[in-house]
Design a protein around this ligand. Structure first.
Ligand code: MN
Length: 292
């Protein structure tokens, strides 16, 4: 008999800060004291650009050249478009509803800007960036990208036109998501019609949370509003969502990576020696070169 995974906390959006001039983000973790660096492992960071309107700009807003090593950045667009370029010559656009799953691994330099067409028009902008930790043995894996456009996601249709579970990583019922991951995890967008409900079951030891992107829901019967994050206890397996209005919910669940963390700025390693090495390697040009 499966037990209820009960709610540990419903967290309102923390005060926002700017990342460069293009992302106005609420950091739910590691900044929140209830979560910190490990409580949502393998997910290390969640920056949420709640829906805002940017005015038109000929000069795209964003964040300039910076490195990453030791983890993955997963960027999910809900409104607006982001363009990225990296030091290996890769570039692309993350369109509305799409996900870019970037394995920084051994390291790269990149920059992330509003896509030119979106920037000229302006308008609604809503994004999530997750940092997914890598197990020690994969921290120095070669960088790679998975472009997970919305049409590539697994789709589970809820009964009675109740909506869709979009499976990005892991699986829901018999539907598989396209993302290849380095540790076990489930990442979904639940898109629910008003009044629809859906049930979820994850192992008790999986760290689990959800973010209400749009609309409002009840979780195990408790009301949760837009832009709020729900942290679950590790006390059971199952929970139920019901949409009070048409709702979009980002659902995260994964097996914790039980290893030491040495996190400094854009580096997420196991030891401080590895962080120092990352800085040395960056200064020695081993992350490549990228023009501002
Ligand atoms: Mn970045």
């Amino acid at each position: 008999m499966e037990k209820i995974k009960s709610i540990e906390a419903i967290i309102p959006p923390p005060a926002p800060h700017m990342v460069g001039n293009g992302f106005r983000v609420h950091n739910f973790f590691p900044g929140h004291p209830l979560i910190g660096k490990k409580r949502m492992s393998p997910f290390f960071l969640l920056d949420y650009n709640a829906r805002i309107d940017f005015s038109p700009s000929e000069e795209p807003r964003g964040v300039g050249v910076h490195p990453h090593r030791g983890f993955e950045t997963v960027t999910l667009s809900y409104h607006g478009k982001v363009a990225h370029h990296d030091s290996a010559g890769n570039s692309g656009v993350i369109g509305e509803g799409d996900v870019q799953w970037m394995t920084a691994g051994s390291g790269l330099l990149h920059k992330e800007y509003h896509e030119t067409g979106y920037s000229r028009k302006g308008g609604p902008f809503q994004m999530v960036q997750l940092w997914v930790n890598l197990p020690a043995k994969y921290k120095m894996t070669a960088p790679q990208y998975q472009e997970i456009t919305r049409n590539k996601m697994g789709k589970y249709q809820l009964p009675a036109d109740g909506g869709t579970i979009e499976v990005i990583a892991g699986s829901y019922e018999e539907v598989q998501g396209p993302a290849s991951t380095f540790s076990p995890m489930q990442v979904y967008n639940a898109r629910l019609e008003k009044g629809a409900s859906a049930n979820f079951s994850f192992p008790q030891f999986f760290n689990t949370g959800l973010l209400v992107i749009e609309g409002s829901i009840t979780v195990n019967g408790e009301n949760v509003g837009t832009d709020h994050f729900v942290l679950f206890k590790n006390d059971g397996e199952i929970f139920t969502l019901e949409a009070s209005d048409t709702a979009t919910i980002l659902i995260l669940s994964g097996a914790p990576i039980d290893e030491p963390i040495a996190a400094y700025g854009p580096f997420l390693m196991n030891t401080w020696e590895e962080v120092e090495q990352a800085m040395k390697d960056m200064n020695a040009g081993k992350f490549g070169v990228l023009q501002e």
